[in-house]
Design a protein around this ligand. Structure first.
Ligand code: HEC
Ligand code: HEC
Ligand code: HEC
Ligand code: HEC
Ligand code: HEC
Ligand code: HEC
Ligand code: HEC
Length: 392
């Protein structure tokens, strides 16, 4: 990461006085950006293409020093979000998946241990062996296959709540023009690269999509950037009896040093930043799928605060905490807990007149996204009035 940014954010208090004469207007912490804008800046940012695989060390190397983190991270859905379709447990466990749209019947079955998608219109049947499975299936899992060297996305996706397949979100085709069109959507190379840049580590190297060389899932270097230099420098430092000097640390991208807005944008590189959602023109309940967008639209966000970044509530190295009480202490870092007490400078949030625990269950309601067959926790933290429409 460029030292320039470090100065602006990490040590901003120290240099603020000095610089305030010179850069008066550029000093206030900047607001959120689109991912495209972040990627245009120098330095590492998630979902960036790679220059060379030699810059990468691989998670196994990280494990030799960050043992616990690596062991934990492996169990997260992020680390397991991409696999070869033949390794998709859910397809092996449920060998007969099907759904029907009019005369079209979609099936995913096992043919000699390999998953196969087939679609019939009653007279003709076409099929293809599935190659890639995206998503752990904790919410959903989608499939890609190849025909004549071109990528296609199956219109059938597995949904956990249905325990069956149904239309791929946003790809439902109620009256397809042909059986081929009913079966799948052709996906151009540029879009394919983007799918893999969010679901795997180092899939695009020196401008080329390298499916045989990528690392499955979002692993250490998908977030921290290439780590070979850090690994080498740390090994050298430890060999000399040290514990890793400042220089060796600086060789790896540490998102812990980002400003609150940049920190949320960091996760937003894949989860969608406020501007990404704005530019994509996403409307309606689908917006709850972008936690950064919803969170930054909350009153709690204000002008940004390190107590309300994604990592304030979620440790990206461990699986998501599913119990509401786990989040109470996060809310109470800002909200006064005693009814009737006034908000203070340290606790700028008012007290709840209704309850003292399980805050998220009422103020971050689960919102059903019909095409996902799943209810997402709404990160637009708010007072929910019964019968009120979904606030965009
Ligand atoms: C030879 C040992 C070693 C290896 C291998 C290693 N690290 Fe580190 N790393 C350290 C030490 C020591 C520190 C400083 C203490 C700490 O923060 O845990 C550190 C710090 C870090 C930091 C915080 C940087 C900062 O600004 O303080 C990150 C992020 C990190 N390592 C990620 C990785 C990743 C990702 C890999 C694999 C690509 C990796 N490390 C491989 C030893 C190692
Ligand atoms: C390189 C892309 C990428 C980045 C960067 C990223 N995520 Fe994710 N995240 C994903 C994908 C893909 C999934 C879907 C996992 C699945 O298949 O279920 C996911 C799922 C999650 C989940 C739900 C899974 C669970 O644990 O139950 C959480 C929580 C999450 N991410 C938090 C974060 C946070 C916090 C950050 C920023 C520190 C972040 N993510 C950054 C790609 C990313
Ligand atoms: C900008 C980054 C990005 C791109 C591009 C992307 N995904 Fe994802 N994908 C994510 C994240 C983040 C999640 C986790 C969403 C959540 O659960 O909140 C996810 C989740 C999923 C899921 C599981 C459903 C879910 O909500 O957990 C599937 C299936 C999936 N993606 C397939 C694909 C396919 C196929 C492509 C390409 C056609 C693609 N994705 C492109 C970031 C991306
Ligand atoms: C989804 C993105 C993501 C992935 C994947 C990820 N990290 Fe991190 N990591 C972060 C963020 C964000 C921070 C800063 C968190 C904070 O300050 O609370 C961080 C901080 C760290 C730190 C320094 C702070 C500390 O807690 O010691 C180390 C070391 C580290 N990560 C190592 C790793 C290793 C090793 C892996 C792979 C096993 C890994 N990370 C995978 C996002 C990620
Ligand atoms: C960074 C500090 C911070 C954190 C963390 C935080 N809030 Fe807030 N929240 C505020 C501030 C500031 C306001 C606006 C002043 C007020 O109404 O109290 C606010 C407003 C609210 C409101 C009123 C919103 C409205 O529409 O009027 C609710 C409800 C709320 N917060 C609940 C929560 C819950 C639940 C959590 C934890 C899941 C949480 N907050 C975490 C600072 C925070
Ligand atoms: C104030 C605390 C808080 C903050 C800040 C926060 N989250 Fe969450 N998040 C939650 C809660 C609570 C849940 C629901 C957990 C459960 O399943 O009970 C959740 C669930 C999720 C999920 C799982 C999807 C779902 O709805 O089941 C993802 C992905 C996620 N958060 C990503 C993020 C990202 C990215 C950010 C930063 C923009 C973020 N979160 C910031 C509290 C928070
Ligand atoms: C059982 C549901 C429920 C739980 C649990 C809950 N709240 Fe509330 N909260 C409400 C309702 C309903 C209101 C609106 C009260 C009114 O305006 O009459 C509210 C109001 C608020 C407000 C706005 C207060 C104001 O003066 O504007 C804040 C802030 C808040 N809650 C924070 C929290 C926090 C923090 C927690 C956890 C310690 C929490 N709530 C737990 C239901 C709940």
């Amino acid at each position: 990461m460029a030292p320039f940014r470090r100065i602006r954010y990490a040590a901003v208090a120290k240099v603020a006085f000095l610089l305030s004469f010179v850069f008066h207007s550029s000093l206030p912490v900047r607001a959120q950006l689109s991912t495209k804008d972040h990627l245009a800046e120098p330095g590492w940012w998630p979902s960036q293409a790679s220059r060379s695989l030699y810059e990468y060390a691989g998670s196994a190397a990280c494990a030799s020093c960050h043992k616990q983190k690596t062991a934990d991270q492996r169990t997260t859905p992020m680390a397991r979000t991409l696999m070869h379709a033949e390794d998709a447990d859910i397809l092996r466990a449920t060998p007969k998946l099907s759904f029907q749209n009019g005369k079209y019947v979609y099936k995913i079955t096992q043919a000699a241990g390999k998953p196969e998608l087939s679609v019939t219109d009653g007279t003709r049947t076409i099929s293809a062996p599935l190659v890639w499975a995206f998503g752990t299936s904790e919410v959903a899992q989608s499939y890609l296959f190849l025909r004549d060297g071109n990528y296609f996305e199956s219109r059938a996706t597995y949904f956990r709540t249905l325990q069956n397949i149904h239309f791929t979100p946003a790809r439902a085709l109620l009256a397809p023009g042909s059986l081929e069109e009913a079966m799948a959507r052709p996906v151009g190379m540029e879009e394919i690269e983007r799918c893999f840049l969010c679901h795997s580590t180092a899939p695009v190297v020196a401008g080329r999509f390298e499916p045989s060389k990528l690392t499955l899932g979002v692993t250490c270097e998908a977030c921290h950037g290439p780590g070979a230099k850090h690994t080498d420098a740390m090994q050298a430092s430890i060999l000399q009896g040290g514990t890793g000097d400042e220089q060796a640390r600086a060789q790896i991208f540490d998102p812990g040093r980002l400003s609150p807005a940049d920190s949320v944008d960091f996760c937003g590189a894949c989860h969608g930043t406020w501007w990404d959602v704005q530019f994509a023109g996403i409307t309606g309940v689908s917006k709850v799928r972008s936690q950064p967008y919803r969170l930054q639209s909350s009153k709690c966000w204000g002008k940004g605060d390190s107590r309300i970044t994604c990592v304030a509530c979620h440790d990206p190295h461990v699986p998501l905490a599913r119990e509401a009480p786990a989040y109470d202490e996060k809310c109470l870092k800002c909200h006064v807990s005693k009814v009737g007490s006034k908000a203070t400078k340290e606790h700028p949030g008012a007290a709840c007149p209704v309850a003292t625990k399980d805050c998220a269950t009422c103020h971050m309601p689960r919102i059903e996204v019909p095409e996902m067959h799943y209810a997402f926790a709404d990160h637009l933290i708010r007072v929910v009035r019964p019968g009120a429409p979904f606030p965009e």
